[in-house]
Design a binder for this molecule. Structure first.
Ligand code: DOR
Length: 306
């Protein structure tokens, strides 16, 4: 009887601390390592129809309070990536770790095409409609538009027999409006947030922007208060579960997200701060807090709204 168990979207997760979409989900071996270090689920790097090389180097730079990245959605394309998932599937099953397939596209047709290919290999599909620097009609140009977001969610929901969650961007005027739209389109849940900005850093000696793409999305500790407010707003607007993400490095951070309304959390940049073992550590810290205060996860999810 583990107090960290949760049932979300009809799926049993052994704990609420998941790997966020990103570089750690690029290869089967990295996903396996994360799974062995206590994650309740692992999310893939976002996958599209065709191979994409991504933006020019450097693609990531550490700044105060976090990182700026402009990877540019690099991925081998869905057909090749399926092999990575096949390689880890059995082991994930043995470790009782669920697989979240993150996908992207530039319109509902592309999303549906990738979803159709990935659906049999994953427990959950996450729609990346929120990369802030992807360009070319990908990413946040969808997530900033209620109609486009609605179209993408409904087209994938139409063909998917696994739950579908939409990952939202904080770079909008009204996050509630977007959340309501994806809920109306049938989304089973919402992941919030993707990276903030974009932002930019300049090397004053070289007199040039540092990132190859010039600008990129901000992740890490500095974005946490913004992510918390987004989760808080989304919780007040919809009835579907929220997966909170943005600057989580400790169990206390995770609990803050839960109190704002998240049922589970994802960790991405946190791995750089605390290592692969961050999943076990955060789970232990959540457990310790719950036991000490004689609370269950259900007691704290959304509790600041009451
Ligand atoms: O910050 C991000 N970077 N968010 C995404 O959704 C994609 C990623 C990338 O590949 O650039």
């Amino acid at each position: 009887n583990n107090i960290l168990n949760l049932n979300l979207f009809g799926i049993n997760f052994k704990n609420p601390v998941f790997l966020a979409a990103g570089v750690m989900g690029e290869t089967g071996s990295a996903m396996r390592r994360i799974a062995k270090n206590g994650a309740g689920a692992v999310c893939t790097k976002s996958i599209g129809i065709e191979k994409k090389p991504g933006h020019n180097n450097p693609t990531m730079v550490e700044v105060e309070g976090g990182f700026l990245n402009a990877m540019g959605l690099p991925n081998p394309g869905i057909d090749e990536y399926i092999e990575e998932i096949e390689y880890v599937r059995k082991q994930m099953h043995e470790l009782d770790v669920k697989i979240i397939g993150s996908i992207y596209g530039k319109n509902e047709k592309e999303f549906a095409e990738v979803a159709e290919k990935i659906v049999d290999y994953v427990d959950l599909i996450e729609l990346n409609i929120s990369c802030p620097h992807a360009g070319g009609g990908y990413g946040s140009s969808i997530g900033q538009d209620c109609n486009l977001s609605h179209k993408v969610v409904s087209s994938v929901k139409n063909l998917s027999d696994v739950p579908v969650v939409a990952k939202l961007t904080p770079n909008v005027t009204d996050i509630k409006e977007i959340a309501v739209s994806v809920e109306d389109a049938g989304a089973d849940g919402i992941t919030a947030i993707n990276t903030l900005g974009p932002g930019m850093v300049i090397d004053i000696d070289a007199k040039k922007p540092i990132l190859g793409n010039i600008y990129g999305g901000m992740s890490g500790k500095a974005v946490k208060p913004i992510a918390i407010k987004n989760v808080y707003d989304i919780y007040s607007a919809v009835d579907i579960p929220i997966i909170g993400v943005g600057g989580i490095t400790t169990g206390r951070d995770a609990i803050e997200f839960m109190m704002a309304g998240a049922s589970a959390v994802q960790v991405g940049t946190g791995v750089y701060y605390r290592g692969y073992d961050i999943f076990n550590k955060i789970n232990d810290e959540i457990k310790e807090y719950l036991l000490k205060n004689e609370l269950s996860m259900n007691d704290i999810i959304g509790c600041v709204h009451k």
